[in-house]
Design a protein around this ligand. Structure first.
Ligand code: NAD
Length: 491
């Protein structure tokens, strides 16, 4: 009963080894997996390297051909069963995500449910993935077929231990590929449980493999000539490195990076809606999500809205309304930005420094910095904590200019009751995922998730139909079965 938590209470788990060809192996040095709510180890994670990656690729290769030859309906059926199993184990998976990541129960449950939604998209692929065909000339047809790439890989971050891998796995595996996953070394436990559920759902051995570890595993995946495509989700610095290394080795790459999302608030914005929504956006998952609001660009006099956000933020209870921060270094980084902004003249309207909760652990409370200078690091760099930097401008044009000067391009939102304002912002901000009165504009399935500029390297989105395109190769077949009397040039 290693996966049976039912509350925030401290629970230990079995160590995270590697899952290769359906077997568990425990090789390489180990590090602690920390429950951030307690700041204490709940398991060890093993650090593999090139040897484990090679073993996983060989196991994947051995299983992949037979898997790709099954009808797509049979491949999708495994995900129907997986979906049922995930619903049956919803509570347990929720607590597991909460324990290894530190997010609240509600946030963890939302993550599991969003993962299930991604699986549902995978289940729908047999209905979507019929290639087109057309008689292009008398007696000659052209046909498109989506075929597997072979062995593919994914590398994922700490902030969504279950959901981000599920951005990749349904499309890739229903698409006929075998997968090697490297989860974040900070949160390897959800993928151990998923491997068990995949087995129960009937996925053949070798189609889903997990190699745990850090940089060495990532580099070995990029360099391995048996891997055809890699998706990465993490910080911009690493996304760029991984994109370059994998592409140089001739692989298809899609690498999603970090973010600095702007929320533009104008005076005609609805007070209640905006205050609730901005608060949820910057405090959700303790600000540790790539879609979190990071900068509020206050256009003109919106002090009444700033006041309402601050009032709500002050009432939040760490540990109950707000989850933990992933580790001690992150606390230093986040509070370092707050200290520096205060020194540069920003007013700390709500101060989350020195926050704590009963269990110990790592905490920063909701923090609102008002009047951050536009060029200050707190207004330009990814803080990745529950910190809202408010920058004041006089006009909408200045707000849009500020948004567009930022190198990232993940998300952007505007709060307004004016169609004209919404239309102008939606037409001109440099961001891939935009919201009108929605502070976390995550495109729900079947719409694809993906930013622009320094928030993504590679083409297309990671979820939805683009995901299926990424993990498959399109074969074009042109056929003629008989000479035609009324021949055209191609007949
Ligand atoms: P990270 O970049 O530190 O780690 C991501 C993955 O890369 C992990 O599996 C890690 O082991 C590996 N890694 C770390 N350093 C490496 C190196 N030097 N070489 C090779 N591999 C390396 O990211 P994180 O701290 O786990 O996650 C937070 C970041 O992820 C934030 O920047 C956040 O914005 C971003 N993120 C982006 C999205 C998106 O969709 N754009 C979604 C979630 C998180």
């Amino acid at each position: 009963m290693t996966f049976s938590a039912t509350s925030y209470a401290f629970t230990t788990y079995r160590d995270a080894g590697h899952y290769i060809g359906g077997e568990w192996t425990h090789t390489g040095r180990t590090e602690d997996v920390i429950n951030p709510r307690f700041g204490r180890s709940i398991a060890k994670v093993h650090f593999g390297g090139a040897e484990e990656v090679d073993a996983a690729v060989r196991a994947a290769k051995a299983a992949q051909k037979a898997w790709s030859e099954l009808p797509i309906r049979d491949r999708a059926y495994v995900f129907y069963t997986l979906r049922e199993l995930m619903h049956q184990h919803l509570e347990e998976l929720t607590w597991l995500v909460s324990h290894e990541n530190g997010k609240t129960y509600d946030e963890a449950k939302a993550e599991v449910l969003k993962g299930i939604e991604c699986i549902e998209f995978g289940c729908s692929l047999p209905n979507l993935a019929a290639g087109t065909q057309l008689e292009v000339s008398r007696g000659v047809t052209c046909e498109l077929r989506y075929e597997s790439c072979g062995v593919v890989a994914g590398i994922t971050p700490f902030n969504f231990p279950l959901m981000v891998p599920l951005w990749m796995l349904p499309q890739a595996i229903v698409g006929g590929n075998a997968f090697v996953l490297k989860p974040s070394e900070q949160v390897p436990l959800s993928m151990i449980r998923l491997a068990e559920l995949f087995e129960q759902a009937g996925l053949p051995r070798g189609i889903f493999n997990v190699v745990n570890g850090g940089k060495e595993v990532v580099e070995a995946l990029c360099d391995h000539e048996g891997i055809e495509a890699i998706a990465f989700v993490g910080s911009t610095k690493v996304a760029k490195l991984v994109y370059g290394r994998g592409a140089t080795a001739g692989k298809r790459m899609l690498c999603l990076g970090g973010a600095k999302n702007h929320l533009i608030v104008v005076p005609d914005a609805d007070l209640e809606l905006t205050a609730d929504n901005v608060l949820a956006s910057f405090t959700g998952c303790a600000g540790q999500r790539c879609m979190a609001a990071a900068v509020m660009v206050a256009v003109g006099d919106v002090d009444h809205i700033v006041g309402a956000i601050a009032e709500r933020a002050k009432k939040m209870v760490t540990g109950k309304d707000l989850g933990a921060i992933t580790n001690a270094q992150s606390i230093d980084r986040i509070t370092g930005y707050i200290d520096a902004a205060e020194k540069a003249g920003a007013k700390v309207l709500v101060d989350g420094r020195n926050a704590s909760a009963d269990e110990g652990g790592y905490w920063v409370g909701p923090t609102i910095l008002d009047g951050v200078p536009m060029d200050h690091p707190a207004a330009r760099e990814e803080i990745f904590g529950p910190v809202l930097s408010i920058v004041h401008v006089n006009t909408l044009d200045e707000a849009i200019k500020m948004e567009n000067a930022n190198p990232y391009g993940n998300a952007s939102a505007v709060y307004t009751t004016s169609g004209e304002v919404a239309r102008r912002v939606m037409a001109s901000v440099e961001a891939g995922m935009c919201g009108v009165n929605v502070g976390v504009p995550v495109p729900r399935e079947p719409f694809g998730f993906g930013g622009w500029n320094d928030s993504k390297f590679g083409h297309g989105n990671i979820t939805g139909w683009d995901g299926y395109r990424f993990w498959t190769r399109v074969r074009k077949v042109t056929s003629k079965w008989a000479l035609q009397k009324d021949a055209t040039w191609m007949s």
